[in-house]
Design a protein around this ligand. Structure first.
Ligand code: NAD
Length: 321
């Protein structure tokens, strides 16, 4: 069995490799070559932790396994550790033997950023120039860094509930050589692409905040009850997602479906656009909305890519298991 420790991931994994792995696995999911298993998520009654498993099998890429982990809210204060902790386990689909154990913390951020980037590549207008960010936490920096590679953006505008966090994303914009401006939520109308990546349970982005022709990637809602955008915005948009079953149960679409504003058949797989089975954006003034809920197959895809890179570079630790 191979081990790729968390400390090695930053030097091994590139945004390009994460993007390719996620784009391929979304395509495989839409072609029904890959499927996710039901998600297990448990409040374990210890350290207020939420722990769970996300797994799947990709017949096309021959990737089988799971990501185990979750959220330990006291880690940072009590132990100086990050609160999100996860590990990916890969298995040989021919034999069931354990194949690799891979640190999953940085990979989670990279695969989540890759998902919104893939949506921007396939759904945003080609002439998009203003990038809008709602959210400025840990994931937001990865999201922005990856998104800026998808179009010739000339400006980043940002809003965050905790305004004091905005310098996190301003720094990323500046490093990419793109000017940054903090705006009120109403100012988001200037954006051609918006990413929302917050942990809110009440919608902050309303229909009036998003202009015709915008692509919005909603990346924060990954649990029942969370909500970043008004349900009415989903009715106004063409809705895409990584996986329909998750979108309607734990993603943004859960609310629009519950309110009777859209039907399950109104939610389309991004993979179908990648495969050419769905036309994607049909006009310059259509609003496209990607409901990125985060699937286990994304984790397996990037972990598998990083194992290959670690083997290539002689960094993977081999243990007799
Ligand atoms: P973080 O704690 O670093 O940042 C939280 C962000 O949410 C900050 O911008 C904060 O200001 C904002 N926020 C908090 N309370 C708010 C409120 N009441 N109203 C509006 N904004 C509020 O968290 P993170 O690691 O950046 O994760 C952000 C979200 O993304 C979480 O909900 C997390 O579960 C989710 N996530 C999704 C995926 C996926 O695959 N879709 C993957 C990883 C994380």
């Amino acid at each position: 069995m191979l081990i790729v420790p968390e400390r090695e991931i930053a030097d091994l994994m590139t945004r390009e490799a994460a993007f390719d792995a996620v784009e391929k696995v979304f395509a495989a999911m839409a072609a029904e070559d890959a499927y996710n298993f039901d998600v297990i998520r448990e409040a374990i009654g210890h350290e207020d932790a939420l722990y769970g498993f996300k797994g799947g099998f990709d017949r096309a890429g021959l990737t089988l396994g799971l990501k185990a982990g979750g959220y330990w809210p006291n880690n940072l204060e009590k132990r100086g550790l990050i609160n999100h902790q996860s590990t990916v386990f890969l298995f040989d689909p021919d034999t069931g033997k354990a194949k690799a154990m891979v640190g999953g913390n940085l990979l989670t951020a990279l695969r989540t950023a890759a998902a919104s980037s893939v949506s921007i590549k396939h759904l945003a207008r080609k002439d998009a120039r203003v990038m809008g960010m709602v959210g400025a936490g840990h994931q937001a920096t990865f999201q922005l860094r990856a998104a800026l590679e998808q179009r010739d953006f000339e400006k980043v505008i940002g809003w965050n509930y905790h305004a004091e966090m905005l310098p996190n994303i301003e720094k990323v914009a500046n490093e990419a050589g793109v000017p940054f401006e903090a705006v009120p939520l109403e100012g988001m109308v200037e954006a051609d692409v918006v990413i929302s990546i917050t942990s809110t349970f009440a919608p902050t982005i309303m229909v009036d905040h998003i202009s015709a022709g915008t692509h919005i990637a909603c990346m924060g809602t990954d649990t029942k009850g969370k909500q970043e955008v008004a349900a009415a915005l989903l009715r106004r948009s063409t809705v895409f997602t990584d996986e329909i079953a998750q979108s309607i149960s734990i993603g943004e679409a859960q609310h629009a479906i519950a309110d009777g504003l859209i039907k399950q058949s109104d939610v389309h797989q991004l993979g179908a656009v990648i495969n050419g089975a769905h036309p994607g954006r049909r006009s310059a003034d259509e609003i496209t909305l990607f409901d990125g809920t985060g699937v286990g197959l994304q984790d397996l895809a990037v972990a598998s890519a990083v194992v290959d890179l670690a083997v290539e570079k002689g960094i993977a630790i081999e243990v007799d298991f």
